[in-house]
Design a protein around this ligand. Structure first.
Ligand SMILES: Cc1cc2nc3c(=O)[nH]c(=O)nc-3n(C[C@H](O)[C@H](O)[C@H](O)COP(=O)(O)OP(=O)(O)OC[C@H]3O[C@@H](n4cnc5c(N)ncnc54)[C@H](O)[C@@H]3O)c2cc1C
Length: 597
């Protein structure tokens, strides 16, 4: 088929879809799809983040949502493409309240995947481009306020005289990106952060840390990194960028402010949040509360007999300050995933005698390979040259249903194994247990399913392979006054024990700040229900509780890597804005709770 014929074919398909949608005929719309089909909706029809799998689920979703959503005006954008027998195209559409962008893939003229995403709310367009503010008020006015004066009033008034509509607890990259989106949408928001400065959540991590993901994947909304920015940001540089961003995006960002408790008043429909702001208790009463307290949740520290008698230092990896204080000491790092590797590598560079304890197998992938095979097509200099903007890349990524992803990831993992065979052989010869996940699908599936169990190699694996980082395998059974003892009797002398033992689910934050009841009511966060290790079924189709309505009214969870923080903050901000404006937001398919943590 020529490009024109393909484009005509997609236009024809979209016209039939629009016809069925306009008649409110979900069954007819679903019949335009093949038997294996997916409709992923980002807030446009469902006011939820929801993937419908198969014709029956699509028909059911449409039956429930068409009346209020009224999707229409489907228009192809650009030309349709074709590769491997799949025709794909972008399109725009409208709903009763918003404008959206969609993506469709057809196989043999039938729908395979369809993405619908809400991009903006009618009448609440972002104040940018032709809508940008004037900035100056020409004329002569008594009592004129400068921008600086108005900003000062706002900073001093919000949270005291005026209540914010939304409070975000946690001002890491997640809270900051969402705060920026809400700012542009005109939603009064306070970000509450216990650290001294924006960016501290990165600054306070161990000193050698650089981002594991490349710059093209990491942009924040609205202000991309400049062209000279390094491919892998050093953590303090990223911290400074976040601090600058917070300032120029004019976020109402409270530093040295710890949210101590939060309680939802069902009758008033508002939260009561007690914040310790630099020693003073302030009560905030927003309508919406977002926990952006870190997707990794509360640190897991195993309970091991002898921890009370051990005379050296013990730290969770999140508390590890870096290697400087440990020159000439003996350190045992329990765990063998990302943090363990990074910490061991930095300690070795400082001349520390460091031992890694591997308790279970780990997926390892070289950073270069990951960039090349997994991210390169969408997030790289080449992708930019090919016209794939960050927004486009994010939507392409989002258009692949989670059910389909393992197949694609497996192909990449197989290629990785072949390409880096020598590397994996060296690691195995050193006794390191490497895996590629329960179904051999590699890094990204482990990240989505359990958010753990992997290391993106930026150098420490060679130290493990060479024995410079000593490796032992087994379970730690106890600590003595000066050593760590494993189940096979091995005794490792130690001045410092680092527990690189991961984190709990994000609803642990809800338990800590709100209540155990609310944490249980919303259930586990993250994971897909893939029925693989640490991601128990049933199948959910989407990440649990992230960026979408939860079982607790007006409570949201936000976080993830920089890509997810950027992309999904858009959809979370639109959900919050719509509620502030009193729009009808009937949620379709509110996630059920299958696991508490
Ligand atoms: C070692 C390491 C390397 C990583 N590398 C990458 C990478 O290369 N690329 C990438 O995209 N991601 C990476 N990640 C994953 C993820 O992006 C980061 O963990 C990131 O910091 C998550 O951002 P966040 O805003 O969700 O959470 P955080 O950065 O953890 O921010 C949460 C904030 O909440 C604050 N907070 C918590 N409780 C309260 C309270 N009660 N009151 C007030 N404030 C509170 C904390 O002080 C913190 O600043 C890495 C993670 C780790 C641990």
């Amino acid at each position: 088929m020529t490009a024109m014929e393909r484009t005509k074919a997609v236009e024809g398909w979209l016209a039939k879809l629009e016809d069925a949608l306009s008649r409110g005929d979900g069954e007819a719309a679903a019949e335009l799809f093949g038997d294996d089909c997916y409709w992923r909706d980002l807030v446009a029809l469902t006011w939820n983040i929801k993937t419908c799998e198969g014709k029956a689920e699509i028909a059911e979703m449409l039956k429930a949502t068409l009346g209020a959503a009224k999707p229409g005006s489907l228009k192809i954008e650009g030309e349709a493409n074709e590769a491997d027998g799949i025709t794909d195209a972008w399109f725009t559409f409208e709903t009763a309240v918003g404008r959206g962008k969609g993506h469709v893939r057809l196989i043999d003229g039938k729908g395979w995947t369809l993405l619908t995403s809400l991009q903006e709310l009618k009448g609440h367009e972002l104040p940018q481009g032709t809508h940008r503010p004037h900035g100056v008020e020409h004329g002569a006015f008594k009592g004129r306020k400068t921008w600086a004066e108005a900003r000062k009033d706002e900073l001093e008034g919000l949270g005291y005289g005026d209540q914010p509509y939304c409070v975000i607890i946690g001002g890491g990259q997640g809270g900051i990106a969402l705060g920026a989106r809400l700012r542009l949408l005109g939603v009064p928001t306070i970000i509450v952060e216990k650290n001294e400065r924006p960016g501290d959540s990165w600054r306070k991590r161990y000193k050698s840390l650089c981002l594991h993901d490349p710059v093209w994947y990491d942009h924040l909304p609205y202000i991309p990194f400049p062209e000279h920015w390094p491919v892998f940001s050093p953590k303090d540089k990223l911290g400074d960028w976040l601090e600058m961003y917070t300032r120029v995006m004019e976020l109402d960002y409270w530093t040295k402010s710890e949210a101590k408790s939060a309680r939802y008043d069902d009758v008033k429909g508002e939260w009561e949040i007690v914040v310790d702001r630099d020693g003073e208790d302030v009560v905030l009463r927003p309508k919406q509360l977002v926990l952006a307290t870190g997707m990794s949740g509360v640190p897991n520290v195993p309970e091991i007999p002898g921890q009370d008698i051990f005379k050296g230092e013990q730290q969770h990896s999140s508390q590890h300050p870096g290697p400087d204080a440990y020159h000439g000491k003996k350190v045992v790092v329990i765990g063998s995933n990302n943090s363990a590797h990074d910490i061991c590598g930095a300690l070795w560079e400082e001349g520390v005698d460091v031992t890694m304890v591997q308790r279970s197998s780990t997926h390892v992938v070289k950073s270069e390979t990951l960039m090349d095979l997994a991210l390169g097509a969408l997030y790289s200099e080449q992708a930019v040259k090919n016209g794939i903007t960050t927004d486009k890349a994010d939507l392409i990524f989002a258009s692949i249903p989670y059910k389909v992803l393992p197949g694609i990831q497996k192909a990449q993992a197989d290629e990785t194994k072949k390409r880096d065979k020598d590397f994996y052989d060296r690691l195995k010869n050193a006794g390191f247990d490497v895996d590629f996940g329960d179904d051999e699908t590699g890094l990204f599936m482990k990240y989505l399913r359990r958010g753990s169990g992997y290391y993106i190699d930026v150098g420490a694996s060679e130290l493990v392979a060479s024995g410079d980082i000593k490796l032992v395998k087994g379970q730690v059974v106890r600590l003595t006054e000066d050593s760590v003892v494993l189940d096979d009797g091995t005794e490792l002398p130690a001045d410092l024990v680092v527990y690189a033992t991961g984190y709990g689910s994000m609803n642990g934050w809800a338990a800590k700040i709100i209540s155990q009841n609310v944490a249980d009511k919303v259930g586990k966060c993250w994971g897909l229900g893939s029925d693989t290790t640490k991601d128990p079924g049933p199948w959910e189709g989407e990440l649990r509780n992230m960026w979408k309505p939860t079982q607790q009214e007006a409570l949201w969870f936000h976080g993830g890597n920089l890509h997810q923080s950027r992309h999904y903050s858009q959809f979370l901000s639109l959900q919050i804005k719509a509620r502030m404006e009193g729009l009808n937001t009937p949620v379709y398919g509110l996630q059920e709770v299958h696991h508490l943590s």
